[in-house]
Design a protein around this ligand. Structure first.
Ligand SMILES: Nc1ncnc2c1ncn2[C@@H]1O[C@H](COP(=O)(O)OP(=O)(O)OP(=O)(O)O)[C@@H](O)[C@H]1O
Ligand SMILES: O=C(O)C1=C[C@@H](O)[C@@H](O)[C@H](O)C1
Ligand SMILES: [Mg+2]
Length: 175
């Protein structure tokens, strides 16, 4: 049975790299944010708006416990998932965990490219987003650093290099 869980800050490539790794290994792929949206019939943004961040975190924990029971699966978490409750200990108990590590500049660059609505970054200017990422990343790294494996994705700066990320992950995980 194989179960691999990808964690990291928003924009680190968890969804992109997680999906590519699952495809490469012939495993199922689930993204926790998408799983939440399909189970709740609401977007992450709607859940933040209706229930506040605390309400979202409770739903996130409950559905993580459901999803992380599945076998032969790669799961990409939400950016905040490891940082609430005992989620990080739970993730490590359930599976191999990989932290996709990137600098604030690289994260900011990725976030500008994507179309996903990230409630924590709304209503901020470019400068405010940059400062917010730097500050929050340093707070969150305490949790992210508890992952069993770390992959530096700073140099994986284009789609061709996503394939390299997948190859490096396979070497790291010895699979
Ligand atoms: N290695 C990479 N090279 C180039 N672009 C990338 C790379 N990884 C991710 N991206 C791009 O960066 C954006 C963010 O990636 P992705 O959505 O996978 O991040 P995430 O970690 O899942 O974020 P979130 O926590 O918000 O779900 C996407 O537009 C994606 O195409
Ligand atoms: O970093 C975070 O706290 C978040 C990341 C996203 O994946 C979503 O789970 C949500 O936007 C919150
Ligand atoms: Mg994602």
């Amino acid at each position: 049975m194989q179960r691999i869980i990808i964690i990291g800050y928003m924009g680190s490539g968890k969804t992109t790299v997680g999906r590519a790794l699952a495809h490469n290994l012939g495993l199922s792929f689930y993204d926790l944010d998408w799983y939440i949206e399909s189970r709740m019939h609401k977007t992450v943004k709607q859940l933040f708006d209706e229930k506040g961040e605390a309400g979202f975190r409770l739903i996130e924990r409950n559905l993580l416990h459901e999803l992380a029971e599945f076998e032969n699966i790669v799961i990409s978490c939400g950016g905040g998932t490891p940082c609430f409750f005992d989620n990080m200990a739970y993730l490590n108990a359930q599976s191999d965990t990989v932290y996709l590590k990137a600098t604030p500049d690289v994260l900011h660059g990725h976030l500008k490219m994507g179309k996903t609505v990230r409630p924590l970054l709304l209503d901020k200017t470019e400068d405010e987003v940059q400062t917010f990422i730097s500050r929050q990343l340093s707070e969150r790294e305490t949790y992210y650093n508890k992952a069993k494996y770390t992959l530096d994705v700073n140099l994986m700066d284009n789609y061709e290099k996503i394939k390299i990320s997948v190859q490096k992950l396979r070497e790291l995980l010895k699979i």
